[in-house]
Write a protein that binds this ligand. Structure first.
Ligand SMILES: C[S@@+](CC[C@H](N)C(=O)[O-])C[C@H]1O[C@@H](n2cnc3c(N)ncnc32)[C@H](O)[C@@H]1O
Length: 266
């Protein structure tokens, strides 16, 4: 029998599931509640999620705050959400910019086309009050409400990005867990959440390193969510070249763990 937390029970009831019935069904003994109901809460909104998208984490809300607070004095912002998954980070930022009367160009980028289908569904669901139009061009979708624009791009960011113009900032929550730690993750994480969203390679920083080298000419600022082992010493010891290309600031999360890097291009 499974024991749901009060928070989980409330979420299940909100979507008309009976927590007591599910608790006795072996099919649901380990399935994350968010995948059962197909939704996850993030920054006071409900986002669609499927097993093709990571379930947004509470720490990631701080990534949104850091990015937003660095850029509130501009009339127009050009930004990208890289490794967008459900789209929770970029969509929350888009809402905040809309509400602050700041127009924007936003690019949502992910390697997984399945995740991007969910990004698109969330954009339509959560930004529809802004009367966004949709155009489709192969794997590139444009959501357009003059003068703000949203573009969805399927791309592996370890390869060169063909994006035009300079971004004010790029926010990225790419996979950052070292490969050999994956087997030790919670059962419900390692067996239900997509590996492509978790596995950051040998030291957890391999995708992020390639991505930083690829985007350094495309933006002034990159705001990253990283593993708690990815601190200043780790970068100096393992990625000395990055130190010559970026100025780094390290920020702790709400659990007082090293979690974010603000990288300014030199
Ligand atoms: C940790 S999840 C973050 C999802 C979402 N941004 C969030 O905060 O909940 C990482 C995302 O990066 C994507 N990803 C993994 N490798 C990638 C790559 N090389 N290029 C682009 N996206 C990648 C995955 O598909 C996944 O959606």
């Amino acid at each position: 029998m499974r024991i749901f937390t009060v928070y989980e029970q409330n979420l299940l009831r909100k979507f008309n599931f009976d927590p007591y019935e599910l608790a006795r069904n072996p099919l649901y003994f380990h399935t994350p509640v968010e995948y059962i109901i197909g939704h996850a809460e993030f920054c006071d909104e409900l986002f669609f999620v499927t097993p093709d998208t990571l379930i947004p984490r509470i720490e990631t809300q701080q990534l949104v705050d850091i990015a937003f607070n660095l850029h509130t004095d501009q009339k127009f912002i050009k930004f990208a959400d890289v490794g967008c998954g459900s789209g929770c980070v970029g969509i929350t930022l888009a809402k905040k910019f809309f509400e602050a009367n700041i127009n924007f160009y936003a690019a949502f980028i992910d390697k997984s086309r399945y995740a991007l289908d969910i990004t698109r569904a969330n954009i339509i669901n959560l930004l529809s009050q802004f009367e966004i139009q949709i155009e489709k061009d192969e794997n590139v979708f444009y959501f357009n409400k003059y003068p703000s624009t949203i573009k969805i791009i399927e791309h592996d960011v370890t390869c060169k990005l063909k994006l035009k113009g300079i971004f004010d900032f790029i926010v990225a929550n790419l996979p950052y867990i070292p490969t050999d730690r994956i087997p030790y993750l919670d059962y419900s994480v390692k067996n239900y959440e997509p590996k492509i969203a978790l596995d950051g390679g040998k030291d957890g920083f391999q995708i992020i390193n390639k991505f930083l080298l690829n985007v350094r000419k495309l933006t002034k600022t990159v705001i990253l969510e990283v593993d708690d082992t990815h601190d200043e010493r780790f970068i100096i010891q393992n990625y000395p070249k990055l130190k010559t290309l970026f100025k780094f600031k390290f920020v702790k999360d709400c659990f007082k763990k090293q979690r974010f890097i603000i990288a300014a291009t030199r």
